[in-house]
Design a protein around this ligand. Sequence first.
Ligand SMILES: [Zn+2]
Length: 193
Amino acid sequence: MGGITIEDVAAAGAFLEGHFQLSSGLHSPRYLQCALYLAEPARAEAAGRQLAARLKACAAKLVVAPALGGVVIGHEVARALDVPFFFTERAEGVMTLRRGFTIEPGARVLVVEDVVTTGKSTREVIEVVRERGGVVVGVGAIVNRSGEDNPFAPLPFTTLLTVSIPTYQPAECPLCKQGVPVVKPGSRPQPSS
Ligand SMILES: [Zn+2]
């Protein structure tokens, strides 16, 4: 089964070049704005089906993803697996499960993300699921830009696209040294017309 190619992502206008501050705090000259790729429901559905097919062997009974980035793809993976979907969110910086979402003890849970860079938020979701008594049986993401094959080993980890994009600590960032203004892509305002 074919995955997404970087050409697909670029054609959707979701592969951005510039000087970006990632949610991890690292800087990067390129950014994958998955929200733009997933803006077309048919693309989101197809990506969810592909990830679900690769993760079917995990036999998950629930999908959990972090808001906001993981919500669309998490929902589509859950739809393809025909299981419920919950999302975690940050409350005062701490990843939590709210809104009445309840994990049954021993429930087999798949954790889904849009982009894995450092894997920090994914790990936080894994911890939340485990604290609530769930059993994490796998991790899926649209894009792996972590530079590692599986940052969550020994859990199975599947992605549709692996990309190698440099990241820098701000103090070592060549774009900062050139004085290029840095933007946070998640909160980047639309250019006014
Ligand atoms: Zn920089």
